[in-house]
Design a protein around this ligand. Structure first.
Ligand code: IMP
Length: 438
């Protein structure tokens, strides 16, 4: 089983960190291929809780090689801080287990400042970004004014690329945003120091992963955010600036498309979204408060309260189909304990029109009503359950009901934050029972 892509099938925060951490035990390489420090992958190991923003989740397993691919937007100061933070907690991070692509683009302080300032101009149309400089960095990449890691670690090239780019951004900051400009030479020096500290980690990660694949090594491509935040497939413009699903892997990891053997989606037993944009099954009032508090739905990166709603089968069908996922993991199932009924969104409606397919445009979703099927809830605490047969009958019926409405088999359930709190359902796809019970 050489390679698999694990991606978020909703709006991010599906609990990918924990599942990827679990699957990492069975693979040789873990590769991040898109996004940046806007991600916050939470992994709980015993009493320890780790929140990883840029370092791939395989770092918590000794002996795994972790790659940050060319499609990632890397904030070098955040990355250095994260490496230090992990080391101070006894996790070994060095050039033998962490490699950074020379082709990845660099996020500078000015990207973050512009990210926040330009949101103010959008008024009602604001995206609610994480403020981590993601959009401005990818915009520079597309405009061919970006600075890559190979430039960052070469002081002359860094100065050559950053000096004119920052001069232009300073003009933008001062004249458009009426904000303070950066001292260009101070920034060059600051980032040259970061480049020097990271130089030992830098290599051609694409070549490394392609040859690992040829040698039959196992590779996990770790998605960040979720498919509904994908710049092409998501609810544009309320999206992030990268291809979050499997389509992002070839370019973002530097591999051939036929080097991705399996695709696994991750979705919660309900939905959440941070930031602005359409969310058809969103709840308000007491139900929203209940779900937010039961699921502790606050952002791992920004601490923002997440918007909460019921599971949306229309959206999940779309993202799993688009990604060619052959199975998926349902997370946070334990959070739903204590409800009399648990609604599942099955259709959208406006007037006499019905949608069973996810609409391509975010604007179509405006004012859309949702039709729900009401499934029976359960009262039992299921956090200690480890096998399918030990789950309450109503919980099993909920899982099977969702599975039927989505049309893609669920290979595993997650019933709590800890590594071990999972219920494998490998019997669903015996022929594909290849890693970590999936
Ligand atoms: P950006 O990626 O910071 O530009 O933010 C764009 C949109 O994606 C905003 O709605 C963010 O809240 C959302 N977003 C970005 N990263 C994550 C994530 O890791 N989890 C959930 N939402 C995210």
């Amino acid at each position: 089983m050489p390679s698999l892509c694990v991606f978020g099938a909703q709006w991010g925060d599906e609990g990918k960190g924990k599942i990827i951490d679990r699957l990492s035990a069975d693979v040789d390489f873990v590769v991040r291929y898109q996004g940046g420090a806007n991600a916050g992958h939470t992994v709980v190991v015993g009493d320890e809780k780790y929140v990883l923003h840029l370092v791939p989740s395989g770092i918590l397993h000794p002996g795994k090689v972790n790659l940050i691919g060319p499609g990632v937007a890397v904030d070098p100061l955040t990355l250095l801080g994260e490496i230090e933070g992990l080391r101070s907690r006894g996790v070994s991070v060095d050039p033998s287990n962490l490699h950074l692509s020379a082709g990845a683009h660099v996020i500078f302080e000015h990207h973050k400042r512009i990210d926040s300032l330009s949101e103010r101009w959008l008024g009602e149309g604001r995206i609610g970004t994480t403020g981590r400089g993601i959009g401005p960095c990818y915009a520079d990449k597309a405009a061919r004014t970006g600075v890559r890691v190979c430039d960052l670690i070469d002081p002359e090239r860094l100065a050559l690329r950053l000096r004119p780019a920052l001069a232009e951004k300073n003009a933008l900051l001062e004249r458009v945003h009426e904000a303070e400009a950066f001292d260009v030479e101070v920034e060059i020096e600051r980032y040259a120091a970061a480049g020097a500290a990271l130089a030992g980690f830098v290599c051609d990660t694409g070549r490394e992963v392609r040859s690992a694949y040829r040698e039959g090594k196992t590779i996990l491509f770790e998605g960040a955010q979720g498919m509904l935040l994908d710049i092409d497939a998501g609810t544009y413009p309320f999206v992030t600036s990268s291809n979050t699903g499997v389509a992002g892997v070839p370019a973002g990891a530097g591999v051939a498309p036929n080097q991705i053997d399996r695709v696994i989606g991750i979705a919660k037993a309900y939905c959440t979204r941070v930031g602005e944009g359409p969310f058809p099954s969103e709840l308000s009032g007491a139900d929203a408060e209940w779900l937010r508090s039961a699921g502790n739905e606050f952002g791992a990166t920004t601490g923002r309260p997440r918007r909460c709603g019921w599971f949306d089968a229309v959206a999940a069908r779309y993202t799993l189909e688009l990604s060619g996922a052959d199975t998926w993991v349902m997370t946070n199932l334990d959070v739903l304990s204590g409800r009399e009924v648990v609604p599942v969104a099955v259709r959208y409606r406006r007037g006499d029109e019905r949608w069973t397919e996810y609409p391509a445009s975010a604007a179509t979703l405006d004012g859309m009503e949702v039709e729900y099927d009401e499934l029976a809830g359960w009262q039992e605490d299921i956090t200690g359950v480890r096998s399918w047969d030990d789950l309450p009958a109503t919980t099993r019926a909920y899982v099977e009901g969702v599975e039927e409405r989505v049309g893609v088999p669920i290979g595993m359930l997650s019933v709590g934050p800890d590594r071990d709190q999972v219920i494998p359902r490998s019997a669903r796809r015996p022929a594909l029972n290849l890693v970590g019970g999936l």
